[in-house]
Design a protein around this ligand. Sequence first.
Ligand code: HEC
Ligand code: HEC
Ligand code: HEC
Ligand code: HEC
Ligand code: HEC
Ligand code: HEC
Ligand code: HEC
Ligand code: HEC
Length: 471
Amino acid sequence: MSEGRSFSLFRSARLAIAGLVTLVVVLGMVLLVASIRHAGQPALAQRVNALAGSKDECVSCHRTSTPGIVEQFGMSTMAAAEVTCRSCHEVTADHPGAVEHEGTYVLNQPSTAKCQPCHNAEANQYLLSRHGLPAYVAFAGTESLTPEQRLLYDRIEEARFQPNRARNALYHLEGPAVTRFACEDCHNVGRPHPDGSVGECQKCHLRHQFTLEQARRPETCNFCHIGPDHPQWEIYHESPHGIAYATDGHRWNWEAEAGTLSVNDFPAPTCATCHFGGFGSSGTTHDVGDRLTWFLFEPISLRRPGWEGNQMRMQNVCLECHNTNFISALYEDADEATEAVNAWVRQSDQILAGLQERGLVTDAPFDELFDFVHFELWHHWGRTAKFGMWMQGPDYTQWHGAYEVLRALAELEEMAHAKLATAGAEPPPQGATDTPPPGPTEAPGPTDTPPPGPTEAPPDVEATVEIEAGP
Ligand code: HEC
Ligand code: HEC
Ligand code: HEC
Ligand code: HEC
Ligand code: HEC
Ligand code: HEC
Ligand code: HEC
Ligand code: HEC
């Protein structure tokens, strides 16, 4: 018995040692795998806090008052490059918006003017894009620009087809109590500041880490590029590119230095790769229109000025991962599909024009249901169909796009016939609402959108402001 017992004791000791050895080996392997997975990712965790030993007054005091800000900025590449709190916040006493603070003057929200001296190229590209003043003018109208801003606006090639824009009708209707949380929150990406500078870099570069990873992730764009009228976020998630991001993105090299990013870092693109990113042979740009062929947001899309060069630059990004035939064929098909949506929108305009001729709808925007249906047809469904085609979102092209356009057309026809019947008017001429063949839309220049009307600044803006027929 005692022999048996000592044998079993010996056996359990052996088992325990074997178990321990296995545990150590497994743990070692887990650590090894973890370290391999993170190799090549200069993750934030591996960065040193550049402000750890800082004696700077702002840093010392803010370590107590706002420790989060000091910690975040300390981990940034800018802090490592000796950019200080003062570089962005400190201004002279006469700087518009300056607040007196601890023996100096600071801006609570540094304007673009503070970033520009160090990031002139990025700022200039941004200012000449539709993320600049055009985004602000979209709700506020050109009448709200100062003479200096007007000069800047006129320099933006992709805004020239809208030289005079009235204040937006919905913006006007909804009123400032609401629009401060709606239109303005998104369109302020192009807002002018009291110091004359334009734009908000921090809409995409959240303070105070200012990491490339954060800017490159699609979530950054989804603050604005979301919802029924511009569902780029939803479409991206449906697309194979978005699937690659969602299923594999945790392995991508997000912090690869700007200008060196390539297929080795990202096997599939994010919004930023296609629209901003330096990728392979393409350089980084902050001009978001630089690679676009069409004005897709317009009711009837026309090609942009200089679209041939833009198209080549976008295709150069695609060609890092796809072959030429695949991309040319896709572009041809999407061009044709864009024209097909244009034709539907023209049809809805003809229905409207037929009623306007007979005085059966007013010129006032959004004063009856007909206006809302006519608006949604192009503004929600027509746009969504187009965005889906170009960014690989078939469900958006189909069920949130084309189908809804057709349904809205049927609804408009029915409303038009009811109005005509009530008024005892002649029905519209035969065929007026048939789909016209897609017309040529090659020529860059003014669109078919009805001109927004006079924009002479009226003496009392609130009472007599000119408003544009819709976003
Ligand atoms: C002696 C402590 C102290 C020093 C030194 C100090 N701050 Fe502050 N700072 C604070 C506190 C506390 C607040 C918060 C005030 C509040 O909540 O109203 C603040 C607020 C701010 C704000 C927001 C201002 C606003 O109106 O909301 C900024 C920007 C700022 N500090 C930047 C700086 C910069 C840049 C420096 C260095 C030039 C600096 N601070 C130096 C304590 C300090
Ligand atoms: C690279 C530019 C930059 C640097 C450097 C910088 N900030 Fe800021 N800071 C900003 C921006 C941009 C905002 C406004 C963010 C916004 O609009 O919400 C801001 C906002 C703030 C605010 C007000 C925000 C709030 O939530 O109350 C404080 C306080 C502040 N910064 C303190 C600091 C301190 C302290 C430092 C140095 C440790 C620092 N900042 C360094 C750009 C910078
Ligand atoms: C005093 C000069 C200076 C100011 C002011 C400044 N920056 Fe920078 N910024 C730099 C330098 C230098 C780097 C490069 C850091 C590096 O890559 O090593 C940088 C890098 C960056 C990066 C890239 C970060 C990365 O990891 O590569 C972003 C984004 C950025 N800055 C945004 C801003 C914004 C937005 C503002 C204004 C709110 C601003 N900067 C103000 C000097 C400045
Ligand atoms: C609409 C979003 C957006 C806005 C607004 C924006 N950026 Fe960027 N920025 C990005 C994206 C996306 C990247 C990453 C590009 C890449 O992957 O190569 C980037 C990269 C950068 C970089 C590093 C790129 C390089 O080539 O070194 C700097 C610096 C920078 N931005 C500064 C700014 C400044 C300054 C402003 C304001 C004048 C600004 N950004 C406004 C989206 C934006
Ligand atoms: C704070 C809101 C906001 C954020 C964040 C934002 N955008 Fe935009 N973007 C807009 C607005 C508003 C417009 C439309 C401006 C106009 O034409 O009136 C726009 C337009 C665009 C356009 C079309 C430009 C043109 O010339 O027609 C592209 C492409 C675009 N954004 C890409 C991006 C990408 C990619 C990101 C993320 C890196 C991003 N945006 C982040 C608000 C934003
Ligand atoms: C695979 C590359 C790719 C990705 C990823 C991508 N886009 Fe696009 N995007 C395009 C192309 C191509 C077009 C059509 C451009 C044209 O007119 O030629 C487009 C069109 C747009 C437009 C319409 C501009 C107009 O004229 O109205 C916006 C806005 C936009 N994209 C934003 C985004 C946002 C935000 C994301 C991420 C959620 C994103 N894109 C992801 C390639 C891409
Ligand atoms: C960084 C690499 C990369 C870039 C850049 C890129 N794509 Fe892709 N693309 C992919 C990957 C990966 C897939 C998924 C392939 C699959 O479905 O097996 C894909 C899939 C697609 C598909 C769907 C293919 C199918 O069989 O359904 C289309 C269409 C497409 N891409 C168009 C584009 C366009 C247009 C551009 C440029 C505006 C572009 N891509 C840029 C990597 C890329
Ligand atoms: C969630 C953010 C968001 C809100 C809220 C928003 N927009 Fe936009 N808006 C955008 C984006 C993003 C685009 C760019 C679509 C594209 O280029 O495809 C855009 C495009 C536009 C356009 C077409 C581009 C142009 O300049 O002609 C107009 C006009 C417009 N918006 C006006 C408005 C008005 C007016 C409101 C409020 C009643 C509003 N928007 C609310 C994000 C927003």
